[in-house]
Design a protein around this ligand. Structure first.
Ligand code: SF4
Length: 228
């Protein structure tokens, strides 16, 4: 078997990266707490510019106060904003939640739509949120959620030079097997939190070092790992 390296074909590196990260993070999953598609939609909207941990601290109280789309639609936006204050950008997010609740009621009979193309038409819902909800609440693989971790790691791993999340997603969709579209985001997010952190990636201890152009430029060539 030929040895993989940072300049091996992207599809081969993607497969090796998936194998290794599955071993490193067998528990990788969506970090947002939810029990229904609507709760995941709300949590994902709240997670913009906010950690999942903080969102998970806010949502239990929020869902007690507003248990379903009807309750959000009936609520005053200012009251919603107060309840989500800790997640930041609370006025903008309250507007999105209120608008999304009304749209879900008026256009979808109170049920969150399953398909990305319908989800992105809801107020405050972009491709990332749509991919998270479609993938994690409905098990559909219609896109790859590109958040700050996924974007950063995808660039460091040399799969794209793009910074626009939608362009990064398009490039990933061309090389990541469709069966792994949802998993890819989870694994990269967990790796981005644990090892490939934004300010100072821990390349010497990274299981992807020998496959990563950025890592190779940061660590002397003597340090290498065998291709499984
Ligand atoms: Fe990130 Fe370094 Fe690992 Fe590459 S080798 S994925 S830059 S931690």
């Amino acid at each position: 078997m030929s040895r993989l390296g940072p300049s091996s074909p992207p599809e081969s590196r993607v497969r090796a990266i998936l194998r290794r990260l599955r071993v490193a993070y067998p528990e990788a999953r969506c970090s947002l707490d939810f029990t229904t598609p609507w709760e995941l939609l709300v949590a994902t909207i709240l997670s913009a510019q906010c950690t999942d941990e903080r969102v998970n601290m806010v949502t239990p109280g929020l869902f007690r106060q507003y248990p379903d789309p009807q309750a959000f639609a009936d609520a005053d936006e200012r009251q919603i904003a107060k309840a989500i204050f800790q997640t930041g950008f609370h006025n903008q997010k309250a507007r999105s939640l209120h608008g999304a609740a009304i749209a879900v009621l008026e256009r979808h009979g109170g049920k969150v739509p399953r398909r990305t193309e319908q989800l992105v038409k809801l107020p405050g819902v972009g491709r990332k949120t749509a991919a998270v909800v479609s993938g994690n609440a409905f098990g559909r693989r219609e896109g790859i959620a590109v958040d700050t971790h996924v974007g950063r790691l995808t660039r460091r791993l040399g799969f794209t030079a793009e910074t626009d999340p939608e362009r990064v997603e398009r490039e990933l969709m061309a090389i990541v097997p469709r069966s792994a579209w949802v998993e890819w985001s989870h694994l990269l997010i967990w790796h981005g939190r644990a090892v490939c952190i934004a300010r100072s990636p821990r390349c010497p201890e990274c299981v992807l070092l020998d496959l990563c152009p950025e890592g190779q430029s940061r660590v002397p060539p003597a340090r290498s790992r065998r291709t499984p």
